[in-house]
Design a protein around this ligand. Structure first.
Ligand code: ADP
Length: 411
């Protein structure tokens, strides 16, 4: 790596999309919360279709968004198209200033507890995890292979969604099922959104003026996918997602916690097969299953118009959230902060208000006027008298991936 190489390209490869950001890590701390240091952002979506779309915003070069539509056959074509857009602004993949590429990898199993420089052995190991992450790891692997083919000489780093949760004690990670069966099939609770939980718990500690080791935080990552985690002194001790991202909170389209006997019932009584049950629980449940909408803005609009189905969906969503706040308060014993993050957590004041309502005895409260303020910065929304800080802490998974990648290649 050359001495002037300070840029990191972050790639998040999904099955039909690639999201990317190019960051300059010279002053990494200043990137959080502001665009400084973020040179370009973009995404390619609908890869493999006729109507693929690339949206590229070169923030460093004035920020004019560029959109192109037209067929992009596969990930290789997508990455080449991204490279071309970057090159047009003098930020090409062949630039000596590029230090590394950081890849988001969803499942790292038990093996990957840290960000890892990718070689063939690492790729083989990520491939071995495909049975436990069939929807995500194959796309991540494709993204990595494509990027490695384009820049074989450049360090490429895998940053795993599961890594932050590998500190969970065995009693939190194991399901209470037959041990031999569980071990034979690697069935346990892995947890996801770890990059976000790590970043937000650390930022929350900073907001309180403390070191991560000094605070216990409940992080509520509420996006379309949603998960909660209990973080003691900077280490995750429990999280709501499990073997897959289906467990836990009510999500946009996923049921979250459910009696597993429901699945037997759907097969035996309703005559559904595995794929149908899978689709029902992952894609047609949660908020969309309950009321037909998964966007919290739309749900709030319907509630304001007196829509009872939307209200019930909201109430179920909040009830589950409250149960997790209660459970994780018990797990942690002492809670210093509850941090809301991701699309819903950062933007939906009514969700934050309702989730914390009635928890005064637990030292938690939300100040209505602080809660109503909009900002991109981490902020407290609890009143001064509250024992537990309630915070809104915008997540930044790309920055976290870039920082971990940069730290590793400079180590
Ligand atoms: P993903 O899990 O896809 O990364 P995000 O973290 O971007 O999701 O969250 C997307 C969700 O955030 C949307 O589905 C919507 O419910 C919610 N959301 C976004 N903006 C707002 C807003 N202004 N008010 C309420 N909810 C919002």
């Amino acid at each position: 790596m050359s001495a002037t190489a300070t840029r990191v390209l972050v790639l998040n490869s999904g099955s039909s999309s690639v999201k990317y950001q190019l960051l300059d890590m010279t002053d990494a701390e200043s990137i959080g919360g502001s665009a400084a240091g973020r040179l370009a952002v973009g995404l390619v979506e609908r890869i493999g279709e006729e109507t693929s779309r690339l949206v590229h915003t070169p923030l460093a070069a004035g920020g004019e968004k560029r959109e192109t539509e037209g067929p992009i056959a596969d990930h290789e074509a997508a990455l080449k198209a991204v490279a071309k857009e970057l090159a047009a602004d003098g930020l090409g993949l062949d630039s000596p200033e590029l230090a590394a590429i950081g890849h988001r990898v969803v499942h790292g199993g038990l093996k990957f507890t840290e960000p890892t420089v990718i070689d063939e052995a690492v790729l083989t190991e990520i491939e071995r995890l495909v049975p436990v992450a069939p929807l995500h790891n194959p796309a991540n692997i494709t993204g990595i292979r494509t990027a490695r083919a384009l820049r074989p000489d450049l360090p490429q780093v895998a940053v795993f969604d599961t890594a932050f949760h590998t500190t969970m004690p065995e009693y939190a990670a194991r399901y209470a099922i037959d041990v031999a069966t569980a071990d034979a099939h690697r069935i346990r609770r892995y947890g996801f959104h770890g990059t976000s939980h790590a970043y937000v718990s650390r930022k929350t500690a900073a907001l309180l003026g403390k070191a991560p080791e000094e605070v216990n935080v409940i992080v509520l990552h509420l996006g379309n996918g949603a998960s909660a985690s209990a973080v003691r002194g900077g280490r995750c001790v429990d999280t709501s997602m499990g073997l897959t991202p289906l467990e836990g909170l009510v999500m946009g389209t996923r049921s979250g916690d459910i009696d597993p006997a429901v699945t037997f019932h759907l097969k035996r009584v309703a005559g559904m097969d595995e794929d149908e049950v899978d689709t029902l629980l992952n894609k047609k449940s949660g908020l969309i299953g309950l009321c037909g909408d998964n966007d919290m803005r739309e749900i709030r609009r319907r509630i304001d118009e007196g829509d009872e189905r939307a209200q019930l969906a909201f109430d179920i969503y909040i009830h589950r959230l409250k149960k997790y706040i209660g459970a994780y308060s018990a797990v942690l014993g002492r809670v210093d902060a509850v941090a809301f993050t991701a699309g819903v957590g950062e933007n939906a004041a009514p969700v934050r208000e309702a989730a914390v309502a009635g928890l005064e005895e637990m030292g938690m409260a939300v100040d209505a006027s602080l809660n109503a303020l909009r900002s991109e910065e981490p902020r407290l929304i609890s009143p001064d008298y509250a024992r537990v800080a309630v915070a809104v802490v915008p997540t930044d998974e790309e920055l976290e991936i870039a920082q971990q990648t940069y730290a590793l290649v400079n180590a």
